[in-house]
Design a binder for this molecule. Structure first.
Ligand SMILES: *Cc1c(COP(=O)(O)O)cnc(C)c1O
Length: 485
């Protein structure tokens, strides 16, 4: 056929739409999207015919113009078009709080509760027993108080938002004293000095990179009386302006460690100093660890123990070691939390019912630590035993052998990580299946795994592809094997 004949052979949209398969599809998806897909397929065919050199027209596969083929192509295009951009993947990296893979996976009950609460209406801001308006801030307040010993709590979008609202409420127009060793960058644009500036508080750095003593904090405190007397000007003639101290702040060194000749002020010392000057002490602890996990190699501060030192305001993430949804949780003295709830930023940072639903169900697990360790995925992965992981690695290896006999597999010990900018020095002894797929390089196998129906994100170490089983759920084993078929 020549080009003219090919163009004449293009089917009409209506003809294609009458195909049985597309009639059914139109009922399901609406004919708007189906018609569009058909129109696009025909337009593409027309464009490729027009692009042909005259001598190539003969070689064009004219069967593509058949009505059934066009209908098939349109259905395929529609299916591709409807693939969602946010989809599940399998984490075979052994890094538990993988920032790129959505940080903490939720526990089953949290997921169920999100569906239960968000499908219809809820008591988000309605006090059902009293029949009047309620506050979303009260939904988890009592539960958090029970678990942590805090007087009150507030939930915002993430810990970055929590930092912002705490500083804006307690420190706007005032100085906040922070150690030079704790001026953290968490990642992206989150840096303590920058957040401080955005909040309207003035950073008062004290100490040195490696050593900060409690006396450094005390020397930096500017009381109202001292400010008014103005003698500080003589001590620091270059300084244009000083402000009254609003709070003392400690920031947990979440994602780095300072070793060697070091010193830092303890929470207890800061609380004592805060009491002496009647200043609130803020602790940005970040990771949200609720239980003592030192038995599992994780000696990070935990929430109840930190609060017990008398800290006035403490903040942490919901989706790090707490193992819940993305959130920033602020706990502490009622008077400060109350002021934050009234701050104009509170509305901009408030979380929705899905977050509360997931958070409440997650927190509920902590009423019994054994239940939390069993049901919250992050804690379960941290506390997984060597035997359990070895057995899972063996089951994974067996499943892979069943679908691909060319593959060489070894079960090897690995060092897993907490991740998510938490406990950077901790290495958890785990197990992995090391994979060599025929003559393929580790990089090629890694790419193949990413292209699987459920993409598997693996780790490459010394030119070996590793499937680290700490972060692979039992229910995912078959899918990982399938990806290597
Ligand atoms: C992680 C972290 C933050 C930021 O928390 P997001 O929930 O990621 O916003 C702030 N401060 C500290 C100390 C952290 O560890």
């Amino acid at each position: 056929m020549n080009k003219k004949e090919l163009l004449r052979g293009l089917p009409k949209i209506d003809e294609v739409m009458r195909q049985e398969s597309l009639v059914v599809l139109s009922e399901e998806k609406g004919d708007l999207l189906v018609t569009r897909a058909v129109r696009e397929v025909i337009a593409d065919l027309r464009a490729s015919i027009l692009d042909l050199k005259d001598k190539d027209a003969e070689k064009f596969d004219a069967s593509q113009l058949e009505i059934t083929r066009v209908a098939e192509a349109a259905a395929a295009r529609l299916a591709e078009d409807e693939e969602l951009n946010l989809y599940p993947v399998i984490n075979a990296t052994g890094t538990i709080l993988h920032t790129n893979l959505g940080r903490a996976p939720l526990c089953e009950d949290a997921v169920i509760n999100v569906g239960r609460v968000s499908k219809g209406y809820s008591d988000l801001e309605y006090n059902v027993p009293k029949g009047k308006r309620g506050s979303r801030h009260d939904l988890v307040g009592d539960l958090i108080a029970e678990l942590t010993g805090a007087e009150d709590a507030m939930v915002v979008n993430n810990n970055a938002a929590a930092t912002m609202i705490v500083l804006a409420t307690l420190g706007a127009g005032k100085e906040i004293v922070v150690s030079r060793g704790e001026l953290v960058e968490i990642g992206g644009a989150f840096r303590i000095p920058d957040i401080m500036m955005q909040s309207g508080a003035y950073l008062q750095e004290v100490g040195t990179s490696n050593k900060t003593k409690i006396s450094d904090y005390e020397k930096a405190i500017m009381t109202k009386g001292e400010l008014d007397k103005g003698e500080w000007r003589a001590r620091d003639p270059r300084r244009g302006e000083r402000f009254e101290t609003g709070a003392l702040m400690k920031v947990h060194k979440s994602n780095y460690d300072i070793v060697g000749f070091t010193e830092e002020a303890s929470l207890e010392e800061l609380v004592e100093l805060g009491d002496k000057y009647d200043l609130p002490v803020i602790f940005d602890m970040g990771n949200g660890l609720m239980l003592d996990m030192s038995a599992y190699g994780l000696s990070e501060p935990n929430i109840p123990a930190s609060l017990a030192t008398g800290i006035d305001v403490m903040l942490f993430s919901g989706d790090k070691l707490l193992g819940g949804p993305q959130a920033g949780i602020i706990v502490g003295r009622k008077k400060y939390i109350k002021a934050m709830k009234k701050h104009p930023l509170a509305r901009a940072m408030r979380v929705d019912k899905m977050t509360f639903a997931a958070l409440e169900a997650t927190l509920m697990k902590y009423r019994d630590p054994k239940t939390a360790l069993r049901d919250i995925p992050v804690l379960r992965m941290i506390s997984a035993s060597g035997d359990e992981m070895r057995q899972r690695a063996e089951r994974l290896a067996d499943a892979i052998k069943r679908v691909n006999t060319d593959i060489t597999l070894d079960i090897v010990p690995v060092k897993d990580q907490i991740g998510g900018g938490s406990a950077p020095m901790v290495r958890l002894p785990g197990w992995a299946v090391s994979v060599r797929d025929g003559m393929k390089s580790a990089d090629r196998t890694e790419r193949k795994l990413r292209k699987a129906e459920i993409p598997v994100i693996a780790r490459i170490h010394e030119d070996r592809l590793l499937l680290c089983v700490r972060t692979i759920a039992d229910s995912e084993i078959e899918a990982v094997a399938e990806a290597l078929r």
